[in-house]
Design a protein around this ligand. Sequence first.
Ligand code: URA
Length: 433
Amino acid sequence: MNIKEIIRKKRNGFSLTKEEIEYFAFGAADGSVKDYQLSALLMAICFNGLDERETLDLTDAMARSGDMADLSAINGITGDKHSTGGVGDKTTLVVAPIVAECGVKIAKMSGRGLGHTGGTVDKLESIPGFKTSLETDEFISIVNECGICVAGQSGKLCPADKKLYGLRDATETVDNMSLIASSIMSKKLAGGADCIVLDVKCGSGAFMKDEKSAIELAEKMVEIGRGAGRKIAALITDMDTPLGKSIGNSLEIIEAVETLKGNGPEDLTEICILLAAKLLELAGKGSFDECKLLAKSKIDDGSALKKLAEMVALQGGDAEYVRNTELFPKAEFSLDVKAAESGYVTHMNAEGIGLACVALGAGRQTKEDDIDPSAGIILHKKTGDKVEKDDVIATLLCSDDALFKNAVLQFNESVTVSDEKPSAKPLLYGIVG
Ligand code: URA
């Protein structure tokens, strides 16, 4: 088989065979197919798509490109959660400790930032000492000891996705439904959990911009999961406006901690309770409504926050940062962005705000970039809020004030203020499965 033929075939709009898909997925994993050839193929896939059978074959090949996690050494039922990616989406940091505290073991592999969206691994690494790269034995022993471990994608699990994920981020080939579905589901299948809840984001800050395509993606992933014998459901949630008020790595850890203390923004708290409840319901902990109450009780009694601190300590991080978030270093420079006129915030383009954060150093422009853990944006106003001229809409934070120029332009382009109060949008569009 020849990679150039495979690229030409997809470029010319033909379907690839299972063998051809395995050839490039395994070649991505072992390095025998070059990055530039994979990038060309990814672009051809973005133009010409993958059909249902090709998507299943790619999911399966990526899942089998490395080890399949054996979670049989974990005592009890295991759960996993994955978001399709958004701006200000720190739900894993809240949902995972709540669910673990309810007795469902969370053995979770998370990703880094992708495109304009943030990644849980980057956020957790803003805690000094926190290790996201773990050997399987260590991962399993942490789950058995405290019920929860959130690690980065180990080189051994889904190495094909690990390679393609980085290339997609750098080559603008992220927002293809089949690539997203196979990327997420290959990791979930290789990750081995019994129950999986997916958070499929929908709106300007999501890869799926409208409800119809978000539902289609959710159905695709739920079908793949069921086909593999997992208990799985997907919530379709709003990402038209950033989630919560803080965007950026350490800023989002701080907001997640506040949410676990019961002081989080309403939208974030609600989505976290819904996701936790769905996962608990799949794990047999009661009806959806009972599980919502159960999840909430773990915030109210402070036990989920303690669970997060326990996990941080076991993964080598300084748990004092969870107990006292004032310890996080502050960004050197800050700049308030003010309203140019009075009115209502009628739209906040979440993708544009995510890109403003990347411009501040909170995300990567190239695969090799380091990120600045303290950079980001704090929103003081959100869609639907009334503003007076000169009210501060947001504070931008970074370590190099030369970065403000582009970030402010990008931010201002993403926010619309006008006279008419916008109608409220739902946070949850629906549940698949
Ligand atoms: N999250 C993933 O793991 N993969 C994608 O392609 C998008 C979001």
